[in-house]
Design a protein around this ligand. Structure first.
Ligand SMILES: *[C@@H]1O[C@H](CO)[C@@H](O)[C@H](O)[C@H]1NC(C)=O
Ligand SMILES: *[C@@H]1O[C@H](CO)[C@@H](O)[C@H](O)[C@H]1NC(C)=O
Ligand SMILES: *[C@@H]1O[C@H](CO)[C@@H](O)[C@H](O)[C@H]1NC(C)=O
Ligand SMILES: *[C@@H]1O[C@H](CO)[C@@H](O)[C@H](O)[C@H]1NC(C)=O
Ligand SMILES: *[C@@H]1O[C@H](CO)[C@@H](O)[C@H](O)[C@H]1NC(C)=O
Ligand SMILES: *[C@@H]1O[C@H](CO)[C@@H](O)[C@H](O)[C@H]1NC(C)=O
Ligand SMILES: *[C@@H]1O[C@H](CO)[C@@H](O)[C@H](O)[C@H]1NC(C)=O
Length: 414
């Protein structure tokens, strides 16, 4: 690793002790009774007593669901919840018997985030829009782009960001799934249980973000999120990794993907990890000098913190211009001076979403100006010179096409 970890560690721990109360929606993909989730709730309550915190999480393990949004068709649970806490036949949605602020739902992580935002908060909380969504801590790390799309923890997070809510994904290197009832009071190292240490790392990050933000202002700009990965905490055995410093990172770089590996004996495929040279390890957007989060966490007792955006479209630069040029004989390239340009052409201060007329080359000699405005456009589409014209508002509203088949899941089709 090339960065100075010691300096970064000191900086990460330095925050002021001024308190600003916020409203938090907490969730995960491992289920509502996960030890690490409930430890986060416990420590947030202890150390941020003025916050309002509501948990909405899957009734069962929903790891690996990514951003799938699957709502159960059944009014009741077809089987007992994880750890047998809620029996089969109970409503598909309900309060956890162990805590009034914890709600379970029989759906994927993204569906749980939506049930939280659209049903639980309006009906059962004293706030409707959270200041922050916190997802995790996941049992197991989610390092790199392959896991960003695959992980339900990431799915909960980017689905919330997609709805306009600042969100952070927390994934921890301790992969052992256990219930909130299993927290070791004593350990070999004398330090707290790994789940408690992981939860404290989460609270430290949330505190640092909140206490260094201007009260009343959004904790993150629209479309932005943070993905945190922490290493395996060894406190059950020794003290070799109990205080991992936070290091700023990017999601790409040193990251793994899968290959399909054939087993001659069993006549089946299974996955094996590889580190592609290009692909998910290509740095296209942002600060390419940052270390990859995979490199950070795999290099020892370090935590990675990657800022990301949910707009991974329409990169600027020669590569995109060249692709556009080659597509232009078939694919219309529209200038940004249409009626929607009052809503378009505006980006957040950190963004670079607008391509100027001169920067973008194309065969038609026009340039796109409607990149990734944060303002919603006024219309779906309209005609300009006989051509349909797609504005920023396309897809806005509840009617965004027929239900698609990927919403079907055999799991719920009893
Ligand atoms: C949860 O699901 C993931 C992905 O299918 C699996 O790897 C893990 O073992 C499951 N955990 C439990 C406790 O069933
Ligand atoms: C909001 O609800 C929580 C938990 O139900 C409660 O502790 C808190 O005092 C309430 N806050 C306000 C401002 O009503
Ligand atoms: C931690 O607690 C579990 C469950 O109570 C127990 O089985 C395990 O032996 C404990 N481990 C240590 C290192 O104390
Ligand atoms: C500390 O414990 C971890 C497992 O939790 C083990 O992998 C590691 O080798 C141990 N380190 C030392 C210095 O004993
Ligand atoms: C291949 O399959 C056999 C039989 O199921 C199994 O025993 C073996 O461990 C597998 N090998 C690998 C590399 O997965
Ligand atoms: C914005 O994009 C232009 C054109 O590609 C580039 O020259 C400029 O450095 C970018 N600015 C930022 C802040 O990324
Ligand atoms: C961009 O949006 C901000 C906030 O909505 C507004 O204050 C600003 O005037 C807009 N700028 C342009 C160029 O439209």
């Amino acid at each position: 690793m090339r960065c100075s970890f010691a300096a970064a560690a000191t900086a990460a721990l330095a925050f002021t002790s001024q308190t600003s109360a916020i409203n938090i929606l907490l969730g995960n993909d491992d289920g509502f009774a996960s030890a690490q989730l409930i430890e986060v709730l416990r420590l947030l309550r202890e150390q941020r007593p003025s916050d309002n915190i509501v948990v909405v999480a899957p009734v069962d393990n929903q790891s690996g669901m990514g951003g799938r949004s699957v709502f159960t068709d059944l009014p009741t649970l077809p089987h007992d919840s994880e750890y047998g806490i809620v029996p089969a036949g109970s409503p598909s949605f309900g309060r956890a018997p162990f805590d009034d602020s914890v709600f379970y739902y029989n759906g994927t992580p993204a569906a749980c985030a939506f049930v939280g935002l659209d049903y639980v908060l309006p009906n059962f909380a004293n706030f409707t829009t959270p200041d922050l969504v916190v997802a995790g801590i996941n049992f197991g790390d989610n390092l790199g782009p392959f896991f960003y799309t695959l992980s339900g923890t990431a799915g909960y997070t980017y689905s919330s960001i997609g709805r306009g809510i600042p969100a952070i994904a927390f994934s921890g290197g301790n992969g052992e799934q256990r219930s909130y009832t299993w927290i070791n009071q004593t350990t070999e190292s004398g330090y707290a249980d790994p789940a408690t240490i992981q939860a404290q790392l989460t609270v430290d990050l949330v505190n640092t973000l909140v206490e260094n933000s201007t009260p009343g202002q959004p904790l993150l700009p629209q479309g932005y999120g943070i993905s945190v990965n922490t290493p395996y905490i060894t406190s059950l055995d020794n003290d070799s990794c109990v205080k991992p410093p936070f290091i700023q990172s990017r999601i790409t770089g040193g990251a793994t993907s899968d290959i399909a590996a054939w087993n001659e004996t069993s006549q089946t495929f299974h996955y094996e990890p590889i580190v592609p040279e290009g692909g998910i390890n290509t740095c296209i957007n942002g600060d390419c000098s940052l270390p990859g989060e995979t490199e950070v966490v795999e290099s020892g007792c370090f935590s990675s913190v990657s800022i990301f955006t949910v707009d991974y479209s329409a990169p600027v630069g020669d590569a995109s211009s060249d692709i556009r040029d080659r597509l232009t004989p078939l694919v219309e390239y529209q200038s940004g001076t249409g009626p929607s340009s009052s809503a378009a052409g505006n980006s957040t201060s950190a963004g670079n979403s607008t391509v100027s007329g001169t920067a973008a080359s194309s065969a038609s000699g026009t340039a796109a100006g409607t990149g990734s405005s944060t303002a919603a456009g006024p219309t779906g589409y309209y005609k300009k010179g006989g051509m349909p014209w797609f504005g920023n508002g396309w897809g806005k509203g509840s009617h965004h096409g027929p239900p698609s088949r990927h919403h079907w899941n055999p799991r719920y089709a009893n």
